[in-house]
Structures are given as structure tokens and as C-alpha cells.
Design a protein around this ligand. Structure first.
Ligand SMILES: NC(=O)c1ccc[n+]([C@@H]2O[C@H](COP(=O)([O-])OP(=O)(O)OC[C@H]3O[C@@H](n4cnc5c(N)ncnc54)[C@H](OP(=O)(O)O)[C@@H]3O)[C@@H](O)[C@H]2O)c1
Length: 295
């Protein structure tokens, strides 16, 4: 059985490839730039771009299961190619935003649209819906490495950030085992702690006390606007957001952090139910990523 992993250079896809290879599966991996793919020996590497569904015709030939990273443009076309190729099951990297209170949130809209396209396709599916990635903290690395205080949006907001390895393990189970078709897995990390506590855990892992600047209100808005500046044009081009969405994206994010100041979130136990072991903690993530925070 051949399994195709898209987004194989990404935080999650890279781990899915590794886990499948360890399990002895026949793995094919795609990237828009296959030369950038650093995969274990034996993995069949192909170029494919979701924005050009025809590039999947070759990549999907003979494939039975598909791990799909998507973006809005092109998903319908890729699903048609998958059906024609005889793919039996799609495991989608979606988002917990798709299950959220705010279906108009741009991330929710994007992932709900791709989930709906998969449901309409008639292919068997599993939707993996993670909450915030622990890997988002990698954006702090440049400050930590320079020894500068880390600017954190709402440092005292609580997150139950999930280790990318747990997302990949749940996805790999859905690819390799029966019984996961039709499941929507809402998955989070093993604990809900503040971002300031997360930074302290990174500090403990690398043996340094780390300072931060707590950005709230208009300072948070300004910082966020600067961060999404260039990326916003890319999101508009790939169809992820509309041109008029910039300020609503910022306000949605601010609201999300302000609500998260109230206290720890309830921890979801789905990772434990699927894998038979608890989700990793942020301290484990920080240990695994020490090298990313040191020169
Ligand atoms: N960050 C969070 O807190 C969070 C939470 C929930 C869900 N998510 C979802 O998780 C996904 C991001 O996952 P990640 O962190 O593993 O990814 P990532 O590290 O950001 O990497 C993005 C991956 O997407 C691939 N990609 C981008 N555009 C593509 C295209 N046009 N065609 C084919 N592949 C393309 C890239 O492949 P190449 O560049 O090699 O082609 C790369 O492997 C998003 O859907 C996001 O909404 C994120």
C-alpha cells in the first residue's frame, strides 16, 4: 500500500513521513520544491503543487491513502485527481478552528471549505483538527538567540499547545489502522499554561532565564499588523483570505487572546484515546527543540 504525504517539508508532514517509514510503510512525499525535501532513504519524492492539481496526476498514481495539507485554491481539483487515481482514504490536516464558535473566522472558513469538499468527494476521510501548535513558539527563537526580550502577544493568555509529533502520530494511526473513517479528531496538547510559562520552559530547557515583553491592546494590534504585512498579500493571492479581511483577522486574534486570559482551557483527551498514551507536554516540546533556540 502506497501512502502519499503532502506538505512533507512542514512541521507535521515531516513527522508523518518519519513515522510511516518507521512503521515500514511504502511512502511517497511531495513538495513544490522536491530538492528541499530531506526525507529518509527509500521515500519516493515528487513535485506537486496544490495550486496546479494536474501536478498530482503522477504523484497520486498507485496511491491508496493520502495525507493532505491543503490551501483553499485547488483542493477540488486535487480530490478529482485522487478519485481518478483510486485513492481510498484522505487524512486531512485541518484545524480546531473548524469546530469553533466562530465559523466566520478566516481559518475556520478555509478549513470548513476544504472539509466540505472532501465530504462531497465521496472519498473516505479523517479530519485531524489540532489546536495551536507548540511550533508557533519557534517565532520566539530569533529573540532568544540574540539574547533580547521576547515580544509575546498577551503573554498571560493560556494555550494548550500541541506537539507536532502528536498531530503526526494521530494522523499516522488514521492512515495505517482501520476504524478512523468519518472521525473528526479535536486534539490539543497535554496541559494548558500561559505563554509566559511556555517561554520559561524553553529557558529551563536551554539553561537560561528568558525575559519577555507583554504586548496587549493597541501594542499587540501594531505588532500583529507588522507581522502579517507581507504574508497578507500571499494569503490573498492563494485565496485564503479576502482583501477586506485584514482588520477582522487582527481583531479576531486579539479577541482569542483576551478570552484566553481567563484561565486554563479544559484539556481534550482525544490524543490519549487514539494513541493510548497522553499528549506530550510543552516541557517535552521545549526539550525536543533546544537546538532551535541556541546558536
Ligand atoms: N499553527 C497552528 O497553530 C495551527 C493550528 C491548527 C491547524 N493548523 C494548520 O496546519 C497547517 C500548517 O501545517 P504545518 O505547520 O505542518 O505546515 P508548515 O510547517 O507551515 O509548512 C507548510 C507546508 O505546506 C506546503 N504547501 C504550502 N503551499 C503549498 C502548495 N501550494 N502546494 C503544496 N504544498 C504546499 C509546504 O510545502 P512545500 O513548500 O514544500 O511545497 C509545507 O510543507 C495549516 O493548514 C494550518 O491552518 C495550524
Amino acid at each position: 500500500m502506497t501512502i502519499l504525504v503532502t506538505g512533507a517539508t512542514g512541521n507535521v508532514g515531516r513527522n508523518v513521513v518519519d513515522l510511516l517509514v518507521r512503521a515500514g510503510a511504502d511512502v511517497r512525499a511531495t513538495s513544490r520544491d522536491p530538492d528541499a525535501l530531506d526525507v529518509p532513504a527509500g521515500v519516493d519524492v515528487r513535485r506537486a503543487d496544490l495550486a496546479e492539481p494536474e501536478t498530482f496526476e503522477q504523484a497520486l498514481r498507485g496511491v491508496e491513502k493520502l495525507f493532505l495539507y491543503t490551501q483553499p485554491a485547488g483542493v477540488e481539483g486535487v480530490l478529482e485527481v485522487a478519485k481518478a487515481a483510486g485513492v481510498g482514504h484522505v487524512v486531512l490536516l485541518s484545524s480546531l478552528a473548524a469546530a469553533g464558535r466562530d465559523p466566520d473566522h478566516w481559518i475556520a472558513r478555509w478549513h470548513l471549505a476544504e472539509e466540505a469538499a472532501i465530504e462531497r468527494s465521496g472519498l473516505a476521510w479523517t479530519f485531524v483538527r489540532p489546536g495551536a501548535f507548540a511550533a508557533n513558539s519557534l517565532q520566539w527563537a530569533e529573540f532568544v538567540k540574540k539574547g533580547e526580550p521576547v515580544p509575546i502577544l498577551y503573554a498571560h493568555s493560556y494555550l494548550s499547545s500541541i506537539h507536532e509529533r502528536d498531530i503526526a502520530e494521530v494522523s499516522t494511526c488514521a492512515l495505517l489502522q482501520d476504524g478512523h473513517a468519518g472521525a473528526k479528531y479535536h486534539i490539543t496538547g497535554g496541559e494548558s499554561i500561559t505563554q509566559a510559562e511556555q517561554l520559561a520552559l524553553i529557558g529551563r530547557a536551554i539553561g537560561r532565564e528568558l525575559a519577555f515583553v507583554d504586548l496587549t491592546g493597541d501594542a499587540a494590534r501594531a505588532d500583529f499588523r507588522a507581522r502579517i504585512g507581507g504574508r497578507f498579500e500571499e494569503l490573498v493571492a492563494e485565496g485564503t483570505v479576502g482583501r477586506g479581511d485584514a482588520s477582522s483577522i487582527i481583531e479576531t486574534r486579539i479577541r482569542y487572546y483576551e478570552e484566553a486570559l481567563d484561565g486554563p482551557e479544559e484539556i481534550d483527551r482525544t490524543v490519549e484515546k487514539v494513541l493510548g498514551k497522553p499528549a506530550r507536554t510543552f516541557a517535552e516540546w521545549a526539550e525536543d527543540h533546544k537546538a532551535d533556540f541556541t546558536n
